[in-house]
Unconditional design. Structure first.
Length: 155
């Protein structure tokens, strides 16, 4: 039997102010619609949600900082994720991120391949961020600067 893989991604961000602060209003206001857009995007498989099933902003993270929020999802392939991130309304929030979030000195986004059906945990994601920090992009943990296919070959 051939194992099938899907692409997991996590990005974390350290907020400039708490979610209920006026500075964060636009980000918070559009979080639901952007998450819904992702769920209807071709190639979307799964995303991390809180107990209410909306966003992941209330999910406990392993980062020991209440100002860090997490976004984690699984996609059928790199192109589906890239299409969503850079070619939908989501791209507005990528471009405006500095308005709401501090610059992080360590990797804040990582990609990795998971067996089909696997839903990664925040702890797994944190380990992948650490792996990227320690080793740079490898087939086990990479970013947009150097990508790998599911068999580990550079793209």
């Amino acid at each position: 039997m051939i194992m099938k893989y899907q692409l997991a991604q996590v990005n974390i961000a350290r907020m400039r102010e708490p979610l209920d602060a006026p500075l964060m209003w636009e980000f918070v206001h559009f979080l639901g619609p952007i998450n819904e857009l992702a769920e209807h995007q071709e190639g979307f498989v799964w995303r991390l949600k809180d107990d209410e099933g909306t966003s992941a902003t209330a999910v406990e993270t392993p980062f020991k900082d209440d100002m860090i929020i997490i976004n984690m999802s699984v996609w059928e392939n790199l192109e589906s994720l890239r299409q969503f991130v850079y070619h939908t309304a989501h791209s507005y929030f990528v471009r405006r991120g500095k308005q709401w979030f501090e610059r992080m000195e360590r990797p804040h986004m990582v990609l990795w391949w998971v067996p089909q059906g696997h839903e990664p945990s925040p702890n797994e994601a944190a380990a992948k961020l650490e792996e990227l920090q320690a080793n740079g992009p490898t087939p086990a943990a990479f970013d947009w600067s150097k990508m790998f296919d599911a068999s580990g070959q550079p793209l």
